[in-house]
Design a protein around this ligand. Structure first.
Ligand SMILES: *Cc1c(COP(=O)(O)O)cnc(C)c1O
Length: 378
């Protein structure tokens, strides 16, 4: 009998590494070093080596990572930060929270990622930073973006929450990991992310000693010597149990990415060629770690297809149904309907299929057949 289909299967993944995971959890509990224990330092070093980056600063979640990056970058109220509207809310939320001005630009219709041409046009004398989001597991085209940033002396903070482990290839064939190309990278270890903890977690990446020092301070109240505060900080630490779990899972991360890529290839083969479906585009300059496998449905009723699949026991999700510039909380970004046409169109077309490390062909065959069944009869 076919295993029930889930959007994300964290239990199946845990069962495969149960002994190792249970072992590290027990170790931390026995040691009672719950905060800043040795597991945190170990994970930090191993992640630095994996990414080829000088500094990893663990923190409590991806949203905090983005906020801490902007605090360390010395952005001041009123400074303009260019980012996208087609993203998870955190990216724009922290900009607004710090009193900065989010300037939202459109994305490319094939990659769903930031349109660098639009970034260029959005630059004003008040622009201080750019926040590219590597959406769904594929890198933004960073080479032209970094060039624009250098020309205008702008800070680049990569939101790599969905793309840990993805490789970006420069035209000289240099390869860098997502989150290690700009001045600072931010990632999330939310359980459903590609490197997921068993609770919240996040981290910052940088090659700058100065930014690393500031961020290490900020995550812990701006404190280096107990009860002496050098910066205004926050309380945002990765706890030792999560660090221990992540350190185990880091060893499997490339294998997890391969499982996701194989599942994506299998979907591609089953769905390619139908004129109402656009399968995910793979950019030549980036690997794709398939945090999501996202179709564009054109000329068929996307919402009805989602309902049809649901009735057949197949969860499929819409990331994201409403762009941030059309959300009540963010009307003050000044972006009205029609201003970001690609973003708005995508919100009506996208449909993400179940994607995780435990999918099997029987499940995928059933998902693919069900999609064809709907499209052939509607
Ligand atoms: C998940 C995510 C975040 C936030 O991460 P949390 O750990 O949930 O705070 C930010 N940006 C993007 C693009 C994300 O996908």
């Amino acid at each position: 009998m076919m295993k029930p289909i889930k959007m994300v299967d964290l239990k199946g993944q845990y069962d495969r590494i149960k002994d190792e995971i249970d072992g590290v959890i027990r170790e931390v509990v026995e040691s009672t070093a719950f905060i800043n224990g040795p597991a945190v330092g170990r994970f930090q070093k191993n992640l630095e080596a994996y990414l080829g980056v000088k500094h990893v600063i663990p923190c409590a979640n991806g949203t905090d990572a983005l906020q801490i990056a902007m605090m360390a970058a010395g952005l001041k109220p009123g400074d303009e930060v260019i980012t996208v509207s087609f993203t998870f809310v955190s990216t724009v939320e922290v900009i607004a929270l710090l009193g900065l001005k989010p300037v939202l630009v459109d994305v490319m219709p094939d990659t769903f990622n930031m349109d660098t041409g639009a970034v260029k046009k959005a630059i004003t004398p008040h622009t201080r930073a750019i926040v590219p989001v590597h959406l769904f597991g594929q890198c933004v085209d960073m080479e032209p973006l970094m060039q624009i940033a250098r020309e205008h002396d702008l800070i680049v903070i990569e939101d790599a929450c969905q793309a840990i482990g993805a490789d970006y290839r420069f035209s000289d064939q240099t390869v860098r990991k997502a989150g290690t190309i700009g001045d600072i990278g931010a990632v999330s270890f939310f359980p459903s992310k590609n490197l997921g903890a068993y609770g919240d977690g996040g981290a910052l990446f940088t090659n700058s000693d100065e930014l690393a020092h500031q961020m290490r301070g900020i995550v812990n109240h701006g404190m280096f010597t107990r009860y002496y505060y050098d910066y205004i900080g926050v309380n945002s630490r990765l706890d030792s149990i999560q660090a221990g779990i992540l350190d185990v899972k880091l060893r499997y991360l490339d294998g997890y990415a391969r499982s996701r890529q194989q599942a994506a290839d299998y979907y591609d083969r089953g769905l390619r060629g139908d004129p109402t479906i656009k399968i995910p585009y793979r950019a030549p300059y980036s690997s794709h770690v398939f945090h999501q496998y996202t179709l564009q449905i054109e000329g068929a009723d996307r919402n009805a297809l989602q309902q049809f699949l649901k009735q057949k026991g197949i969860p499929a999700m819409i990331y994201y149904p409403v762009p941030l510039h059309l959300q009540k909380a963010y009307v003050e970004t000044g972006c009205r309907e029609g201003v970001l046409p690609v973003t708005e169109a995508l919100c009506h077309k996208v449909l993400s299929l179940p994607m995780h490390t435990e999918l099997d062909h029987e499940q995928q065959d059933y998902i693919i057949a069900s999609i064809h069944e709907y499209l052939n009869t509607n």
